[in-house]
Design a protein around this ligand. Sequence first.
Ligand code: CO8
Length: 256
Amino acid sequence: MSWDTVRLEWDGDVATLTVDRPDALNALNIETLEAMGEALEEAAEEGARALVLTGAGDAFIAGADIKYMQDLSTAEGEAWGALGHDVADALEAFPAPTIAAINGYAFGGGCEMAMACDLRVAAESALIGNTEIDLGIIPGWGATQRLPRLVGDETARRMIFLGERLDAESAAEVGLVGEVVADDELEDVIDELATRLASKPAFAMQTAKQAINQTHEGSQESGIAYEKRAFASLFGTHDQREGMSAFVEDREPDFE
Ligand code: CO8
């Protein structure tokens, strides 16, 4: 499938989803969100082993489209909120690891899409934050839940209450991004990371991701119970036997 404001490209098993509305700094409108949802479905169906989310031009995603949002009614705002959540949830539940390659502005809904990815790597010139408060709204696509988990309660409150725009280094200091790289190295670093992730055993990778995602649901107790079951389910699989045999035999594993 092809879309006007989103591109899905492949390099082997690695899929790259690029939001491509550079004139609006990749701000998300209905068309773009719907296309992102379809592209994520396609990437999953085609068996992506890693997925990169990035933005065309100088921005990652400058947020939800403010021009679209400005006159929304409560009911329209609710539907709009749900559409963005669906995309963030699809990223979070994507059956392979996801990386946000934050190449520039990641504000509001853009920061929220990055937070729904498994890993975040930022170019050093990127600016990141949940700036919604200055528009008279709150983060509506998950940041009130995902940001405290990443940066801790106090820092999340500061960031959301003040609408702070952090530079990449500061975002790394608080734990919002995992790595900061020179602007001109972002692509290479992402390629290498995605290729490494894609080379790992797919079923174990998906199981690890699902188990970690359980920390977002219910109590720690139910999460640990889930982890126990998920962990046990991997024993006896080809890749578990092969991975451990290869370690013991001091050779490279040959995963399925
Ligand atoms: N929405 C719509 N258009 C945008 C957006 C946006 N979020 N951001 C930038 N644009 C447009 C500009 O309007 C401009 O268009 P035009 O050329 O037609 O005037 C073009 O992109 C270029 O932008 P600027 O001229 O402003 O470029 P600068 O380099 O001067 O500034 C900034 C770049 C700093 C990124 C600036 O554009 C900015 O502050 N943008 C807004 C950032 C922001 O506040 N984002 C958060 C939006 S709110 C949100 O994301 C809520 C998510 C949850 C919704 C849930 C609802 C229930």
